[in-house]
Write a protein that binds this ligand. Structure first.
Ligand code: TYD
Length: 213
């Protein structure tokens, strides 16, 4: 099973991913956690370029750098882990490019969706937890510091709108979580949805583990 977490910078994604993977470990469910851009040697080098405040990167070049990191990650880590029956948890995936480059940078949604499909060979998460917060809240929560975080509130507003549109287009995959609630309430909601999904889709090997502990 492939699960991604999405949200604007400062949405609390990192904390929720940590709580969720700790939950999987407690249940004895084997998982591999990755973050984008990065999680491979090639990807970490690309990440340094992308977050470097001293670089001025053309929007299309930026898109291709994110996609290059993703292509490497899919082939080097995600597909092999899924083949071994592991749960893969990814901090960001295809939807980040649609929201940040497609809408935020205004490259166009359809172009980014097509290029995403090419870069990933069509692999999509089974579940995407989108942690929704207002950009105003994000700005209060987080000292935004890297190159991607210097885009300002209007950029993040476009990104958020795009995430919400994506979620309305794919309601079976993208689950909107109100990330303005407290940490444990958000975590409980994510676990509840995950357990229901496992039952509904008959992931027997995972279900056994959920019920045994
Ligand atoms: P990171 O430090 O990992 O931020 P976060 O903890 O919020 O995920 O930096 C990733 C930045 O790159 C973040 O601002 C979102 C952006 N991004 C894109 O613009 N497009 C993408 O396809 C991906 C994966 C990330």
């Amino acid at each position: 099973m492939f699960i991604s977490f999405e949200g604007i910078d400062g949405s609390g994604k990192g904390t929720q991913i940590q709580l969720f993977t700790q939950y999987l470990e407690r249940k004895g469910i084997e998982c591999v956690t990755v973050h984008e851009p990065g999680s491979t040697n090639v990807g970490e080098m690309i990440r340094q370029l992308l977050l470097n405040k001293n670089l001025k990167i053309d929007p299309k070049a930026e898109l291709f750098l994110f996609l290059a990191s993703r292509a490497q990650l899919v082939n080097e880590v995600i597909v092999p882990a899924l083949r071994k029956g592991k749960v893969v948890v990814s901090d960001r995936f295809i939807d980040s490019s649609v929201a940040y480059q497609g809408a935020g940078r205004d490259i166009g949604i359809e172009a980014v969706e097509n290029l995403n499909r090419f870069a990933t060979s069509g692999i999509k998460p089974d579940i995407t937890f989108y942690l929704d917060i207002k950009p105003e809240t994000a700005f209060i929560r987080k000292k935004l510091a890297d190159r991607m975080e210097m885009n300002g509130i209007n950029f993040l507003k476009r990104v958020r709108e795009s995430y919400l549109t994506l979620a309305s287009k794919e309601p079976n995959r993208i689950i909107i979580v109100n990330a303005e609630m407290d940490i444990q309430t958000i975590h409980a909601e994510i676990v509840k949805f995950f357990e229901e999904f496992v039952k509904q889709k008959n992931y027997w090997n995972i279900l056994e583990k959920i019920q045994s502990k």
